[in-house]
Design a protein around this ligand. Structure first.
Ligand SMILES: *[C@@H]1O[C@H](CO)[C@@H](O)[C@H](O)[C@H]1NC(C)=O
Ligand SMILES: *[C@@H]1O[C@H](CO)[C@@H](O)[C@H](O)[C@H]1NC(C)=O
Ligand SMILES: *[C@@H]1O[C@H](CO)[C@@H](O)[C@H](O)[C@H]1NC(C)=O
Ligand SMILES: *[C@@H]1O[C@H](CO)[C@@H](O)[C@H](O)[C@H]1NC(C)=O
Length: 439
């Protein structure tokens, strides 16, 4: 009880502090905004009205570098959860990008409005010089801008600047209950069999859409992705981040001259949340070799409605990751036609590593995207709702990969055949895809 009481007091104090900060910073923003419009609006209207009309070149790529080479724009999203603002998701050099301005185009009066951006570099940079950033601009009053350009200066000619559509302005009806965001497929990805099995498991469990930020993969994998895109399940976001920055395949900076961690995974995840905010009830943030596997329910929909009933204030549900080493197999479900397909047959890996005493199992999430402001990989950084830990008897993450505790003998692992509940529909569905793609 005592512990609980303390937590409540801390919560109240934290809330007060957060609201005070929000109030002060939004007041500051308003002041800044007033200054900017007063100071820069005349400058922006001195040219002829026709010339003033919405200028700039439509952005052509998913990752757009600005002229400074230190700012990369991914997408712009309307966000009125706190104030009427445009949130631009980008990647910036944490120290060298100090000032940015949004150039809004107001269709009605065909004028341009300049607004100074608040640059919020996410705190989970892990030592790399570049990180995910929210570039937030208050929108001009009496105008619902459809496009925005981002520039280092409130002055100058923006004719050549890329302009970005501001997404999420219209309310949409949900087209999906569940969307899985797979961040950064890279390194000639060729784990075809495991990928198809994961996809079919997601579909069995209730997914309608899987968004994949694709850096690169094998030719065989391209064929499989094409199949799923045509089926309507997969949406590919091209992610050529290595043509702009030196990427690390690790999450922690190793002083090795790289610019950004894990192929910019964190930026991709944040973009995916906003991209699906208006169209998906829930978003799952996990890798292609991970499956959130319910134990008490047969699918995600029944599991989530039960979890939401138990935790009405929650918007972030965290699931424990458990390693099923691909080095430990069973003879069951050794399907001969699958043996010619590159990749792991997950049905043959039903032994999981035990928990370690001094290691906390990392978690992955199912979130209500409308409740999240900024996300990291294993937790959210900022949200409008509570996070809850989902216990092991409700669900776990089945994660089949190289072992973390490779020294353990088979007998030390825990046999866990939860996945086998789905064996018959999984095998049928995987065969269908294999025969239409790689076999
Ligand atoms: C920006 O990057 C491009 C391509 O890497 C390079 O050619 C150009 O010189 C860079 N510009 C600046 C200002 O660093
Ligand atoms: C994918 O990237 C790897 C390096 O990680 C490279 O060797 C390979 O050629 C690339 N494949 C394609 C199809 O671009
Ligand atoms: C699967 O069956 C093939 C022969 O059909 C055999 O060579 C292989 O060792 C078996 N693999 C496992 C993991 O049982
Ligand atoms: C495979 O699924 C079927 C049908 O659901 C079930 O009867 C059978 O027990 C499962 N096999 C194993 C080994 O669990």
């Amino acid at each position: 009880m005592m512990h609980c009481g303390k937590k409540n007091i801390c919560g109240v104090i934290a809330c007060i502090l957060i609201f005070a900060t929000i109030f002060i910073s939004s007041w500051k923003d308003v002041q800044q905004q007033n200054n900017i419009t007063r100071k820069h609006f005349p400058q922006a209207t001195t040219t002829s009205p026709a010339y003033q009309s919405c200028r700039g070149e439509p952005a052509q790529n998913v990752i757009t570098p600005l002229k400074d080479n230190r700012t990369f724009i991914i997408s712009a999203y309307f966000d009125n959860r706190e104030s009427k603002a445009t949130r631009v998701i980008g990647i910036v050099h944490h120290a060298e990008v100090k000032e940015l301005y949004c150039w809004f185009c107001c269709q009605d009066d065909r004028k341009m409005y300049v607004s100074k951006a608040t640059i919020d570099v996410h705190s989970d940079r892990f030592g790399f010089p570049y990180g995910a950033a929210d570039i937030i601009c208050l929108e001009p009053e009496g105008c619902d801008p459809t496009h925005v350009s981002v520039h280092q200066s409130p002055h100058g000619n923006i004719d050549q600047l890329p302009r970005f559509e501001i997404k999420n302005r219209k309310t949409e009806t949900f087209s999906a209950d569940f969307t899985v965001c797979i961040s950064t497929m890279f390194g000639n990805y060729n784990n075809v069999l495991q990928f198809i099995q994961s996809m079919e498991m997601y579909k069995i469990l209730g997914v309608q859409k899987v968004v994949i930020y694709k850096n690169n993969c094998s030719h065989l994998m391209e064929k499989v992705l094409k199949f799923y895109v045509e089926e309507g399940t997969v949406e590919i976001i091209p992610w050529p981040i290595n043509s702009h920055l030196k990427v690390s395949s690790k999450w922690l900076f190793m002083q090795d001259g790289t610019h950004i961690g894990y192929y910019g995974q964190i930026t991709a995840l944040n973009d995916c949340i906003y991209r699906n905010m208006r169209r998906s009830r829930f978003v799952l943030l996990n890798d292609a070799d991970e499956i959130i596997l319910p134990l008490k329910h047969s699918d995600w929909k029944t599991m989530m409605s039960s979890l939401q009933q138990q935790h009405p204030r929650a918007g972030v549900f965290l699931f424990e990751n458990h390693i099923f080493p691909e080095t430990v197999s069973t003879h069951m479900f050794n399907i001969s036609s699958w043996n010619t397909v590159p990749g792991v047959n997950i049905l043959q890996h039903v032994h999981r590593e035990p928990d370690r005493q001094d290691v906390i199992n990392p978690r992955k999430m199912i979130i209500d995207p409308r409740k999240v402001i900024q996300t990291s990989v294993h937790s959210v950084l900022r949200a409008y709702a509570d996070s809850v830990y989902v216990p092991m008897d409700v669900a776990l993450i089945y994660h089949c990969r190289v072992p973390l505790q490779g020294h353990l003998p088979r007998e030390a692992l825990i046999r866990d055949t939860t996945l086998w509940r789905y064996n018959s529909s999984l095998i049928t569905n995987v065969n269908k895809v294999l025969y239409q793609t790689v076999l």
